[in-house]
Design a protein around this ligand. Structure first.
Ligand SMILES: [Zn+2]
Ligand SMILES: [Zn+2]
Length: 262
């Protein structure tokens, strides 16, 4: 069996870090030293049977350059918020200049929104409608709707191959038990947590904070967890103070992990 590897090519929230208007301590550190610098959330997966990306935000061009790859053929989209689809026009242009087709995979309701926003994409990109259960490369891919708070809904993805399973859920909050069912016992859970502890009223929020996420993890018992989709509230210099359990970590920009047991 070939080895699949996942690279976090972006771990930021919708505004990224630094936020353009902000001079808080974390944003200033991100500008100067860069340990807190975060681009829009996205992952790159390389395997023997192919490579793909999840989400394509407005930092896509930068993320491709940093990865050092010149073309991506397959992109999966979780939901149609700008921080997850803003790079699609650039991808379509790249496909046009290379005279190659891109292949985009998402649920049909998400495809409808993308088509309305960027009606010219389909000249260069083939849209594939994901069913709830979908064969994708060597993976069994399941997608389901998850609550995204005041921002509506998103989709979470679960990938299974042989005995290995992982979930990508970057934008969610307050999930019901059925919405969390497929988190149960996975080898790897990648979960969005915009804040360590967000004080804003619940009805104004759209993504879990770490305090809430730890409770989700306690119940779902995944083997390994990485938090992503982090805002300028999260300061990697304060990591010891967050007292995360050993199997729970903050994702890092350009961190690569193996998608296998152990
Ligand atoms: Zn987002
Ligand atoms: Zn979103």
């Amino acid at each position: 069996m070939g080895l699949d590897r996942l690279t976090f090519i972006g771990i930021g929230d919708s505004l990224g870090v630094p936020r353009v208007y902000c001079e808080c301590d974390v944003c200033m550190e991100a500008r100067e030293a860069g340990r807190n610098q975060r681009h829009h959330s996205s992952v790159w997966i390389e395997g023997d049977d192919g490579c793909f990306m999840i989400d394509c935000g407005p930092d896509w061009t930068f993320q491709m350059e940093r990865l050092g790859i010149r073309f991506v053929e397959h992109i999966l989209i979780t939901h149609a918020h700008y921080d997850h689809i803003g790079g699609l026009p650039a991808w379509a242009d790249a496909c046009r200049w290379l005279e190659r087709k891109g292949h985009l995979y998402c649920r049909e309701d998400i495809a409808d929104i993308i088509r309305r926003q960027f009606p010219w994409l389909e000249g260069h990109i083939v849209f594939h409608s994901m069913q709830e259960r979908f064969r994708f490369m060597d993976w069994t891919l399941r997608s389901w709707r998850v609550n995204h708070g005041k921002n509506g809904y998103s989709y979470a993805f679960r990938f299974d191959k042989e005995a290995y399973s992982w979930v990508y859920c970057s934008d969610s909050i307050g999930l019901t038990e059925p919405e969390r069912e497929l988190f149960q016992g996975v080898d790897l859970l990648i979960l969005g947590t915009s804040y360590y502890h967000e004080e804003a009223p619940y009805q104004t929020r759209s993504v879990y904070d770490m305090v809430e996420a730890l409770e989700v993890i306690r119940q779902a018992m995944p083997n390994r967890v990485y938090f992503t989709h982090m805002s300028h509230d999260v300061d990697v210099r304060l990591l010891p103070e967050y007292s995360l359990p050993p199997h729970v970590r903050l994702a890092e920009e350009m961190l690569t992990i193996d998608l296998c047991k152990g």
